[in-house]
Design a binder for this molecule. Structure first.
Ligand SMILES: Cc1ncc(COP(=O)(O)O)c(C=O)c1O
Length: 397
């Protein structure tokens, strides 16, 4: 038996025992630990910022915080933000995208009253000067200063200041409204870099993005170093590019999330030292001999049998038993997905099949509590963030 065979055999036995006959989302802590070790080889823990949307469980984040001994997050979604500050009062939060004013206002209305100091610990992202002016309005409404980071376009073209003129306007606004705004730093994301088309190279694309970032920073420093004395957090990277910032980089604040569980969509040369740490495990409901597709029953599928599993149509790729495959002619179902296996496979009804999520941010939210394992033992069930469970309301404004 190969190492993979042994691994999934043991997980199947475990899931048959504790899976409750339901599809489960497995997170393997042994593998997560090795990914954390690979990550701190690249960057110091105090410079890492964990992307909450890609690891959307408070307990999972807490586990990572305890390993890194630092609580720093990038957050994208208001309900998650509220749940995070309820649970982690010391966390430092950079928002990964600009939010509408209505959502920012809700934060101040609904945030739990505890030791989390939003003025010091929460940094809203501003992509335009108009957004900054909205945040000025917000600061006046809530009666305290608001910390902001300025989004920069370093080549991905997803918004943010794209040139010196746009950046100068924003920095002038921050200086002009220094009672309302403080400048935490900058955020420039470079997820386009690994997609550089031939004849360009990933290395060249990365150098260009870094240079663009460094030029904008230098410009900011020359004219506006009075803002927080130029002591800025320079955020960037993400799982696809974190390894490209290992040596030379303008950054001092590195975002990463997905790489820690490495979904199939992150099977990239830059993430070679990371390993998959999450699976969908789904019970087999039916196994039938051969492959019969309505209206084309005679279509040959030599040497294959059919499975129907509990659930399906996930953002995931089949991975065990070996040779497990989808069948696009039969189609896909969220209720009972059809899959085929080689006839030689001994997978049986009530066994579990395993699929690897292609991404974590949507998939990890779809199965209720995460099924946490270590060495093929079940160690915990960890709730995921809720989309509707807001924190207890604070005073309305
Ligand atoms: C601004 C920003 N930074 C970083 C990331 C990286 O997240 P991950 O490491 O999960 O790919 C993302 C992902 O969407 C992002 O939008």
């Amino acid at each position: 038996m190969t190492a993979d065979e042994e691994y999934f055999h043991a997980l199947n036995a475990l899931l048959r025992d504790i899976g409750g006959g339901m599809p489960r989302l497995v997170v393997d802590l042994d593998r997560l630990d090795r990914n954390l070790a690979a990550l701190v080889e690249l960057h110091a823990p105090e410079d890492l910022r964990i992307v909450a949307k890609s690891l959307p469980s408070p307990n999972l984040l807490n586990y990572i915080f305890r390993k890194l001994r630092h609580e720093r997050l990038m957050v994208f979604h208001l309900p998650f933000l509220l749940q995070i500050i309820e649970r982690f009062q010391n966390v430092d939060i950079l928002m990964g995208k600009p939010l509408p004013l209505a959502a920012m206002r809700r934060f101040y209305r609904e945030r739990p009253i505890n030791d989390f100091e939003d003025t010091r610990q929460l940094h809203w992202l501003a992509d335009t000067n108009d957004r900054l002016l909205q945040i000025v309005e917000l600061a006046r409404l809530v009666g305290r200063p608001v910390s902001v980071s300025v989004e920069l376009d370093i080549g991905m073209h997803r918004g943010g200041a794209a040139d010196k003129k746009a950046l100068a306007t924003m920095l002038d606004t921050i200086r002009a409204y220094n009672e309302e705004l403080s400048l935490h730093g900058f955020m420039g994301y470079d997820a386009h870099v690994p997609k550089a088309p031939w004849p360009r190279t990933v290395e060249h694309a990365s150098e260009r993005a870094k240079k663009r970032y460094a030029d904008l920073l230098e410009f900011a420093f020359k004219g506006w170093s009075d803002l927080e004395n130029g002591d800025w957090r320079v955020n960037g990277a993400g799982s696809p590019t974190i390894a490209l910032h290992h040596e030379e980089s303008p950054l001092n604040d590195y975002s990463v999330g997905s790489a820690l569980v490495k979904p199939a969509g992150f099977d990239l040369p830059t993430l070679e030292s990371f390993e998959p740490a999450t699976w969908i495990a789904a019970p087999v409901l039916k196994r039938t001999s051969g492959v019969k597709i309505p209206f084309v029953e005679k279509l040959p599928a030599p040497g294959r049998d059919t499975l129907f599993i509990y659930g399906g149509k996930w953002l995931a790729v089949p991975c065990w038993p070996e040779g497990l495959r989808e069948n696009s002619t039969y189609g896909f179902s969220s209720n009972q997905q059809m899959l085929t296996v080689p006839r030689s496979s001994d997978i049986a009804v009530d066994d579990y099949v395993f699929l690897q999520p292609t991404q974590s941010e949507a998939v990890l939210l779809q199965f209720g509590d995460l099924c946490v394992t270590r060495g093929a033992r079940h160690t915990a069930n960890w709730p995921v963030f809720s989309n509707s469970g807001y924190a207890a309301g604070g005073p309305f404004m």
